[in-house]
Design a protein around this ligand. Structure first.
Ligand code: FAD
Length: 831
C-alpha cells in the first residue's frame, strides 16, 4: 500500500507516523512545500520573544529523523499542484528546481493546513508587513526586530503594530514587548480574543494595558503607507495614524482548499473540506485532516473550522487508522484553547454565549470568581469563570476562564466535563486534588457546580450585567457590600445595606417589591437572597458574578474608543510619584490571595493604627485594586506615593494622612507650619447644602485675603459640570452615569429633606428671598477671586467625564496635586 501525505506538519506528520506504527510494510511519502516538517508552529512567537532561545528546539522532527526513525520518505520543498482522482496520481513540483513529476497513491491524505487571511488594503505588500505561519516567517520577523532594535540607539524606539487581537496576535504583542518593542494592537471588533465572551476577555484587556500595550478596539486598518525607508504608517478608519517599523497581520486563517476544489471534492458550509466521521472526503481514497477540514461541534449544530493543533493531531491519527483498516471515529471538535498573556491566562471550551445565541440554543450562564488556590497561601489571585449550561438538565455547554494561577487545570477539567456531557450537578460532586498551594477544598469547578445547580433548583434567580439598566426599572437595587466598597463604586441607583445589617434593615420591606441584589462576586448577595426568599419575597434576583462581572462587562463597552493620549488617566495620575518625604515608619502588608474587599479591609485596619506620615507598602493580587486602592486612600485622606503592577496585581505605597481623617473621614488634617496659609478643600459630596457650605467658606476665606484651593472628587465633581456641555460621543456606562448624576451646580439636591425635589426648591427660594447667592454664582465669585479649582482626574476617568464638560476656570489634577495644595494650606477641609 502506498500512502501519500500532502503537508508535513501537525496533521500530516501525525498521519504518517501513526500509519507507520500500524503498517510496517506500507510505502509512506510526505510531500511538504516548505523546508521544514513537524515543526512547532505554536512556539514561533516565543522564539521571536527570545523565550525559546534555541531555534532548533522548534524543529520537533527533521526529514532525516523521520526517515531514520519511521522509514518515511520525506520530501521537503515539494509542492503538490494537482490531483487526478481517476488515475490516483498527483503532480508534484520541486519548488527549488521547478522540476515536475507525478506520483501515484493508493490512499491520499490532504493535510495542507490554512492560509492567512489578507485584508485587502493598500500597503499589505510592504516589506514591514509580515504574517507568522512558518519557520521562515519567524526568521524574517526576528531578524527585522533584531536589526531595528540594534539601530534604536540612532533612532527612536522600535514600534510594532499588531493587527488582530486573537491568540496569535496577542502572543506576538507580548513577545515583541518582551524585546523592548513598543506595541500597539488594533482590533476591528469591540473586544480582544473572540473565542471567549467579553466579560472574560475584559480583565485580560486591562492586564495588557497595565503591561504597556496600547489597544485600539472597534478600529480597522484602512491603509499602510511608507513613511521613511524603515517606517510605515498604519492608517486606521477612525483617522488615527500609527507609526511602525513592523506590522504583524494576524487576522485569522482560511482553509487551504485549492487542491481539493480543483479535484472536485465536496466542501462544507464554511469552505473547509467536508469529511465524514472517519475523516474521509467525498472521494473514498482521499482523506483530510487539520486546519483544512470542517468537523462537528459537541454542542452546536453543523460543522465548523477549528484551526488548532490538538484536533489536527488527533484527526491525523484517525485518518491513519482508517487508511490502515481500523474503524476509528473522530466525533467532534469543541475548540478548547488557551493562551498566556503576560501574567494572565485565558481560554475557553465548548460554545460561547454568542454562539449559543446565534444557534438559538437555550442556556443559562453563571459567573464565579474564586481564587486559583487557597487565599491564605501566597501567590494566588482571583479568576473569572463563566459556565454555560442547559437550563433544564444542567448539561454543560461551554466554559471560559481567565485569571492567573490554576486557570489551565480548571479549563481542562471543564473541557472534560463538556466532552463527557456532564451536568452542573455532576460538577458539584467531582472530587479534585486539593492542598493549599493547588486549590481550595471547594474547587472553582465545584463552585460552578454549586451556583449552576442552585439556579436549577431555584434556590437562586440571577440577573445579568448586560440586562442593566432595563432590568432595574421598578426594582430596588440593593448593594450588600460594606460601606467602604460601596463608596468606591456602586451601581447607579443602588442603596447600600451591608450584609451584616441586612436582616434587620430589610425586616419591614414589602415582599411584593422587586429586589435586585448584588455584592462583589455573588456570595454575600446569595445570603441576602435566601433571607428575602424565605420571608416570602417573590421577585428577588442576584447579579451573576456580582460587581466584578458587571464592571468587566460594561467597561468592555467603554473601551471602544482609542486611548486618549492627551488626557492623563487615573492610573497614570495615581502612579505619578509624589515628592512628599515620608517621615514615619514603613510597613509591608501582604494582601495577595485576598479578593475585594479583603485588601481594602486589611489596609484600612492597618492604617487605622498608624500615625500621619507612616508608610505602608501593600502587595495585592486582585487586579481591581488598581482602581479601588487609590480611590479608598484618597477618600480617607491618605496619599498614594506610587502604584505599580506586579505579578497578577499591584504594589501600592501609601502614606498615612492625619489622625482625624482616618478616624472620622471628615477633616483631612491640620497643617501647622508657619509658612502655610489659606484653606484647601476636598469637595467629595455632591449635595447642594454641602457644596453651598464649601463655597460660602471659600468665598469668606478669599474675602479675608487667604488663598483657597479646592479639589473636587467623586460626587463633588458634579458641582463643576456644565449644564449644557458640548455634544460628545459617550460610551454606554458613561451615558448612564451622565444621565443619573446632577449636571451642574443648579441641579444639585439637598442631602436631607429633599422630599422628591420639594425641599431643594424651597431652600433655593429661601436663599433668593434672603439674597443669598446661588451655588453657581458663588462658584463664579470664588473663581474670579482667585480660588484654584481642581477636578480629580480619577473621578473623571471613572465617571467618563471629559474636560469640555466642566465649567471654565477648572484645572485637572490627581492625588499629587491635592497633596501639594494641602501641604501648602494652613487647614484642609473634607466636605
Ligand atoms: P499546518 O501545521 O499549517 O501544516 C500544513 C503544511 O502543509 C504546511 O507546512 C504547508 O507548507 C503544507 N502544504 C500546504 N499546501 C501544500 C501543497 N500543495 N503541497 C505540499 N505541502 C503543502 N494551535 C493550538 O492549538 N495552540 C497554540 O498555541 C497554537 N499556536 C499557534 C501559533 C502560531 C504562530 C501558528 C501559526 C499556529 C498556532 N496554532 C496553535 C495553530 C496550529 O499550529 C494549527 O492548527 C496546526 O498546525 C494545523 O495543522 P495542519 O497540519 O492542519 O496545518
Amino acid at each position: 500500500m502506498k500512502i501519500v501525505v500532502v503537508g508535513g506538519v501537525a496533521a500530516g506528520a501525525s498521519v504518517a507516523a501513526r500509519a507507520r506504527r500500524l503498517d510496517e510494510d506500507a510505502e509512506i511519502v510526505i510531500l511538504e512545500r516548505g523546508h521544514h516538517v513537524s515543526f512547532a508552529n505554536c512556539g514561533l512567537p516565543y522564539h521571536i520573544g527570545e523565550v525559546i532561545k534555541d531555534r532548533d528546539r522548534l524543529l520537533v522532527q527533521t526529514p532525516e529523523s523521520l526517515r531514520e526513525l519511521l522509514n518515511i520518505d520525506v520530501r521537503v520543498g515539494h509542492e503538490v499542484t494537482s490531483i487526478d482522482r481517476n488515475t490516483k496520481t498527483i503532480t508534484v513540483r520541486n519548488v527549488d528546481t521547478g522540476e515536475e513529476y507525478t506520483e501515484v497513491y493508493d490512499s491520499l491524505a490532504l493535510c495542507p493546513g490554512a492560509k492567512p487571511v489578507n485584508i485587502p488594503i493598500p500597503g499589505v505588500d510592504l516589506p514591514q508587513v509580515q504574517v507568522l505561519r512558518r519557520i521562515s516567517d519567524m526568521d524574517r520577523i526576528k531578524s527585522l526586530v533584531d536589526k531595528r532594535l540594534a539601530d534604536s540607539g540612532k533612532h527612536d524606539r522600535t514600534k510594532a503594530v499588531v493587527i488582530g487581537a486573537g491568540y496569535i496576535g496577542l502572543e506576538m504583542a507580548e513577545n515583541l514587548h518582551r524585546r523592548g518593542v513598543q506595541v500597539t494592537v488594533v482590533e476591528a471588533s469591540d473586544q480582544i480574543l473572540p473565542p471567549v465572551d467579553r466579560e472574560i476577555a475584559m480583565p485580560v484587556m486591562n492586564h495588557l494595558r497595565t503591561r504597556g500595550i496600547e489597544l485600539y478596539l472597534s478600529a480597522a486598518a484602512a491603509a499602510i503607507v511608507p513613511k521613511s525607508d524603515r517606517r510605515v504608517s498604519v492608517e486606521l478608519k477612525n483617522h488615527v495614524t500609527l507609526d511602525a517599523d513592523l506590522v504583524v497581520m494576524s487576522v485569522g486563517v482560511r482553509p487551504a482548499t485549492a487542491l481539493a476544489v480543483e479535484a472536485g471534492l465536496d466542501l462544507g458550509p464554511h469552505g473547509g473540506i467536508k469529511v465524514d466521521e472517519h475523516m474521509a472526503t467525498s472521494d473514498p481514497h482521499i482523506w483530510a485532516a487539520g486546519d483544512v477540514v470542517e468537523t462537528p461541534h459537541p454542542v452546536l449544530p453543523g460543522t465548523y473550522l477549528t484551526p488548532l493543533a490538538g484536533p489536527a493531531n488527533r484527526q491525523g491519527r484517525v485518518v491513519a487508522d482508517n487508511i490502515c483498516g481500523r474503524d476509528s471515529v473522530y466525533e467532534s471538535t469543541q475548540g478548547t484553547s488557551i493562551v498566556k498573556i503576560f501574567d494572565m491566562v485565558v481560554g475557553g471550551t465548548g460554545a460561547t454565549e454568542r454562539q449559543l445565541n446565534q444557534a438559538e440554543i437555550p442556556y443559562r450562564a453563571v459567573h464565579v470568581h474564586p481564587s486559583g488556590h487557597a487565599g491564605y497561601y501566597p501567590g494566588t489571585a482571583m479568576m473569572h469563570i463563566k459556565a454555560l449550561f442547559d437550563p433544564e438538565t444542567g448539561k454543560l455547554l461551554g466554559a471560559q476562564v481567565s485569571g492567573f494561577d490554576g486557570v489551565d487545570k480548571r479549563l481542562d477539567t471543564l473541557a472534560m466535563a463538556v466532552r463527557q456531557g456532564m451536568t452542573v450537578f455532576d460538577l458539584e460532586e467531582v472530587e479534585l486534588a486539593y492542598a493549599p498551594p493547588f486549590g481550595s477544598a471547594k474547587d472553582p469547578v465545584n463552585m460552578v457546580g454549586f451556583v449552576g445547580s442552585n439556579t436549577i433548583r431555584k434556590d437562586i434567580t440571577l440577573w445579568y450585567a448586560q440586562e442593566f439598566p432595563e432590568v432595574a426599572e421598578d426594582a430596588k437595587i440593593v448593594d450588600v457590600r460594606t460601606p467602604e466598597e460601596f463608596d468606591i463604586w456602586h451601581l447607579p441607583g443602588a442603596v447600600n445595606v451591608p450584609i451584616a445589617q441586612f436582616r434587620e434593615v430589610s425586616a419591614d420591606w414589602d415582599p411584593e417589591m422587586r429586589v435586585l441584589l448584588y455584592c462583589a462576586v455573588g456570595f454575600r448577595s446569595y445570603l441576602a437572597h435566601r433571607i428575602l426568599v424565605q420571608r416570602g419575597f417573590k421577585d428577588v434576583r442576584t447579579l451573576s458574578g456580582g460587581s466584578t462581572t458587571f464592571r468587566a462587562w460594561h467597561e468592555i463597552e467603554n473601551e471602544g474608543a482609542a486611548p486618549q493620549e492627551a488626557e492623563e488617566t487615573y492610573s497614570a495620575a495615581a502612579a505619578r510619584p509624589v515628592t512628599t518625604t515620608v517621615p514615619g515608619k514603613q510597613i509591608e502588608l501582604d494582601c495577595t490571595g485576598l479578593a475585594c474587599p479583603g485588601p481594602i479591609m486589611k489596609l484600612s485596619k492597618t492604617m487605622a493604627d498608624l500615625n500621619a506620615g507612616d508608610e505602608v507598602s501593600v502587595t495585592v493580587s486582585d487586579p481591581g485594586f488598581a482602581q479601588d486602592g487609590p480611590a479608598w486612600a484618597l477618600a480617607n485622606g491618605h496619599t498614594v506615593l506610587d502604584i505599580s503592577p506586579e505579578g497578577p496585581g499591584y504594589v501600592m505605597r501609601v502614606c498615612a494622612g492625619g489622625d482625624t481623617a482616618v478616624a472620622s473621614g471628615s477633616a483631612v488634617g491640620q497643617a501647622t507650619g508657619d509658612n502655610r496659609e489659606g484653606v484647601s478643600f476636598v469637595v467629595f459630596s455632591g449635595d447642594l447644602d454641602k457644596v453651598l457650605a464649601a463655597f460660602i467658606i471659600a468665598n469668606g476665606a478669599l474675602a479675608m485675603g487667604q488663598p483657597v484651593r479646592m479639589f473636587f472628587t467623586f460626587w463633588g465633581l458634579n458641582a463643576l459640570r456644565r449644564e449644557n456641555p458640548p455634544a460628545r460621543e459617550k460610551k454606554a456606562l458613561d451615558k448612564m452615569f451622565a444621565a443619573m448624576m446632577p449636571s451642574g451646580p443648579d441641579s444639585l439636591k439637598l442631602s436631607q429633606m429633599n422630599m422628591g425635589g420639594a425641599g431643594t426648591a424651597m431652600i433655593k427660594k429661601v436663599m433668593r428671598d434672603h439674597d443669598v447667592q446661588s451655588v453657581s454664582e458663588l462658584i463664579q465669585a470664588a473663581i474670579e477671586a482667585g480660588a484654584e479649582l481642581t477636578a480629580c482626574t480619577m473621578t473623571m476617568d471613572l465617571l467618563g467625564i471629559a474636560r469640555e464638560e466642566l465649567i471654565d476656570g477648572v484645572e485637572l489634577g490627581g492625588v499629587a496635586s491635592f497633596i501639594a495644595a494641602s501641604d501648602a494650606s494652613a487647614s484642609t477641609l473634607f466636605i
